[in-house]
Design a binder for this molecule. Structure first.
Ligand code: NAD
Length: 358
């Protein structure tokens, strides 16, 4: 079974990823498509929300079968997608190679040569510089704006990062480069936490993970290895959730000591934990803005394809910062004006965009 849900296109083409996972089902794809409409609206992109998925376990497929599934998805879907209609992207278990097959199939079927029918393509096939790091970089930009509004600009801040995959590692690398007064003292993967009160060397940790290593075997000067769960309860200023959904729930919400939580994963704080932590004074930077860096640079990729341009990485990063700083300004202003927390403010902002600025 395969799905594509087109939730809202009042502000532009439907936009959202396609995932390959055995548990993909219509309810989930529908919820994720709705979330994309909120996300593109909250950050002011001229795009709507959609999502797709194939209920398949890609680990059980060989390369030829994977290519066939990818192309077949487009064979069925092509009348309903396209550069100005619906622009899918990678998501769980789908990568630039899969997207390249999909774009090729779309071009064969329709004659389209812009390659703007999908984003998240490989660099040689119309992808954008800066896309890999975009979600992590966006998280850094959003956090910097939040800390500024809290009077903490330029102040030392300690950070723990849960999940050190694409998003968590890039968040850490960009933070270490752009904000040397922020100290990333802990990071975790699915098995272990690594901790150094003097600050981790995130570049080393990132290289180690990229080479396939796990934190349960990580060794480096001054680094202590702890269990994976220890990270959530650390006495840090900022907790960055960059692993999975529902990382903080009723089971562990009492452990959290950080004043700020950044939602880089989709839905890492459950409804119950969100209510409890907000009441306790924790400030949660909502995912629909904090992790929107990826879809913003997807939009830049689409623009470059349509205009036949290739922007430099610096141009991409500068434009990403403009979009997110402006979204954060609107978010903080909405929270002040409506006297609500940032999560509610993000939904108010998105709903206003969806209903008023069509
Ligand atoms: P990824 O698979 O590259 O990394 C996930 C990391 O989380 C891995 O290192 C894994 O070991 C770790 N992890 C899993 N369970 C854990 C646990 N219990 N404790 C600590 N670490 C754990 O995935 P990614 O692309 O980095 O995405 C991370 C999250 O961000 C996902 O929820 C994804 O939906 C969301 N997201 C990603 C993007 C993007 O552009 N990649 C955009 C928006 C949202």
């Amino acid at each position: 079974p395969a799905y594509r849900v087109q939730h809202n296109n009042s502000r532009g083409a439907y936009k959202g990823g396609v995932r390959f996972h055995p548990e993909v089902n219509l309810e989930e794809v529908r919820a994720l498509a709705t979330m994309m409409s909120f996300k593109t609206a909250a950050v002011g992109l001229p795009l709507g929300g959609g999502k797709g998925g194939v209920s398949v376990n890609p680990k059980e497929l060989n390369r030829d079968e994977l290519e066939e599934v990818s192309r077949k998805f487009v064979r069925y879907l092509h009348p309903h997608i396209g550069p100005h209609q619906d622009v899918p992207a990678p998501d769980v278990n789908t990568d630039p190679l899969i997207i390249d097959w999909m774009v090729d199939e779309y071009s064969l079927l329709t004659g389209d040569t812009t390659r703007a029918s999908f984003t998240g393509k490989s660099l040689d096939n119309g992808g954008s510089l800066g896309r890999n790091a975009a979600t992590g970089r966006g998280g850094v930009i959003a956090l910097a704006e939040l800390l500024k509004s809290e009077g903490l600009s330029g102040k030392p801040v300690t950070i723990a990062v849960q999940g050190f995959g694409n998003v968590g590692a890039f968040f850490s690398e960009v933070a270490a480069g752009d904000y040397p007064h922020w100290k990333i003292v802990a990071a975790s993967d699915s098995r272990a936490t690594i901790y150094n009160p003097e600050g981790l060397n995130v570049l080393l940790a990132s290289e180690y993970k990229a080479a396939g290593g796990g934190f349960s075997e990580y060794e480096s000067d001054g680094v202590e290895r702890l269990s994976g769960e220890k990270l959530l309860g650390m006495d840090v200023d900022v907790l960055v959730c960059a692993a999975l959904g529902d990382a903080i729930t009723a089971d562990n919400m009492h452990d959290v000591r950080a004043k700020y939580i950044v939602e880089l994963a989709n839905g890492p704080v459950s409804e119950e934990a969100y209510r409890f932590l907000s009441k306790a004074g924790t400030i949660i930077l909502p995912g629909i803005i904090a992790n929107a860096g990826g879809v913003i640079v997807s939009y830049f990729e689409w623009q470059q394809n349509i205009q036949g341009e290739q922007w430099t990485e610096q141009e991409v990063n500068d434009k990403l910062a403009e979009y997110l700083q402006s979204a954060m300004d609107r978010l903080l202003e909405t929270a002040r004006a409506e006297q609500v927390d940032l999560n509610l403010a993000a939904y108010i902002l998105a709903l206003k965009e969806l209903t008023e600025n069509k």
